[in-house]
Design a protein. Structure first.
Length: 416
């Protein structure tokens, strides 16, 4: 396995064009959530507080040193209203916040090109490499909560005897199957972008916003030639180049963040990337049950990290209860009846009275104690805000709901 800064030198010497694997992190989006102590009793001053935190964050990553003066952000990420970027950073990067809603935190959005450029510029200036694990460690502070809302892990296969279209056709025809490294079948949707009947890009999973995992497979060799990409020069040293890019969000990306904070070497980072790829995406021959050669080679770099866990695998019972409250229990219709008769103040008063009734008069039955003994210790390790938000996301997916969210900028992604 090779890291991005090692691959060019190796490919130049690889005269026999032997198969080579490279690992990298392609994209990352951090969110800094201020604690109540940070905001204090002055949430009305949030915009000023956010500006100060944004400046602190940029200093921690040496952004002013590397890219000069900050400038106002013309296109904030979706849902955010204010922010800044840097004068000499030629690709999309944003430090942004909502001017009144401090619960959204401060977002640091690196496009793929911006992240690559930042890492290269940092290494050139400081004569030492940096990657997302060190960035996370720089940003991890006691006086705010660090989260990772998105991370894209990339595996590049050079000189492997495979094409994107062949993979797609074999998956469609059931000759190949995708499993986790434990052998559990991946039942995600398989789709492709086709040109003249040939698959150019394959997607494993859904591209909807609320989905926490998506694998994209495409011909990186051709992409670099077509777009005169930043790494087009590498095509001189290889016969083929296929990229698999796993995009993780939400609960998965935050589980990865916890692991990134423990890693202190490029080798361990590469092992983590491999681990989190084969955690969900091992390609097997259906007839023999054996992994395909490129997966087999990836498994050689396997290292032990905790597996990614979905909310479904952790606790279906609690999720089902939340889902039932939202649809089927009659709670929402009841709230609407109260609101339509007496207004929103009465609705809120009723919810407060329910909490008061719970606190003063509710007596749990033995089933509650059994449930807590079985699931409580595991669940208390999770951030409750993330758990509830992901519970809502799962509810939206299962009920085919597109949630309405107030957002000044309706764009979900901003180009590099």
């Amino acid at each position: 396995m090779f890291c991005k800064n090692e691959i060019e030198e190796y490919l130049q010497k690889n005269n026999d064009r032997k198969p080579v694997i490279m690992t990298s992190i392609d994209e990352a989006t951090f969110v800094i959530k201020p604690t109540e102590e940070t905001v204090g009793e002055y949430p009305d001053n949030w915009s000023q507080i956010a500006t100060t935190i944004g400046e602190t964050v940029s200093e921690k990553l040496s952004l002013p040193t590397l890219f000069g003066e900050c400038i106002p952000l013309k296109t904030p990420p979706a849902g955010y209203t204010d922010g800044f970027t840097f004068q000499k950073l030629p690709y999309y990067f944003a430090i942004a916040w909502h001017q009144t809603n401090f619960t959204m935190g401060i977002i640091l959005k690196f496009s793929a090109s911006a992240l690559s450029h930042y890492k290269a510029t940092y290494q050139e200036y400081y004569s030492e490499a940096i990657d997302v694990n060190q960035m996370a460690q720089f940003l991890n502070e006691d006086y705010w909560e660090l989260r990772l809302s998105r991370i894209d892990l990339a595996i590049d296969y050079f000189n492997y005897d495979m094409t994107v279209n062949d993979l797609y056709q074999a998956l469609k025809g059931k000759q190949y199957v995708i499993t986790s490294h434990r052998g559990r079948k991946n039942v995600s949707n398989i789709s492709a972008q086709e040109v003249n009947g040939q698959a150019q890009t394959v997607y494993i999973g859904s591209k909807k916003k609320n989905v926490n995992a998506l694998l994209r497979i495409y011909n990186k060799y051709q992409e670099q030639l077509d777009n005169q990409g930043r790494y087009m020069h590498l095509t001189k040293y290889c016969d083929s180049w296929v990229r698999m890019e796993a995009s993780y969000k939400g609960i998965y990306s935050n589980q990865i963040l916890a692991l990134l904070l423990t890693i202190d070497s490029p080798q361990d980072l590469s092992k983590l990337i491999v681990n989190k790829m084969i955690d969900k995406y091992c390609f097997q021959d259906t007839e023999t049950g054996e992994p395909l050669p490129f997966t087999s080679d990836l498994l050689k770099g396997f290292s032990s990290f905790p597996a990614l866990e979905s909310l479904n695998s952790r606790n279906n019972d609690l999720l089902s209860t939340i889902s039932h409250l939202m649809k089927g229990s009659g709670l929402f219709p009841l709230l609407m009846k109260i609101e339509k008769v007496w207004g929103s103040k009465a609705r809120n008063h009723f919810i407060i009275r329910l909490i008061q009734e719970y606190e003063t008069n509710y007596t749990p039955n033995p089933d509650v104690e059994l449930w807590l003994n079985k699931f409580g210790k595991e669940l208390e390790k999770l951030n409750f805000e993330d758990f509830f938000e992901d519970a809502f996301q799962i509810f939206y997916q299962k009920n085919n709901i597109t949630p309405k969210r107030p957002a000044k900028n309706s764009k979900s992604d901003v180009a590099d």
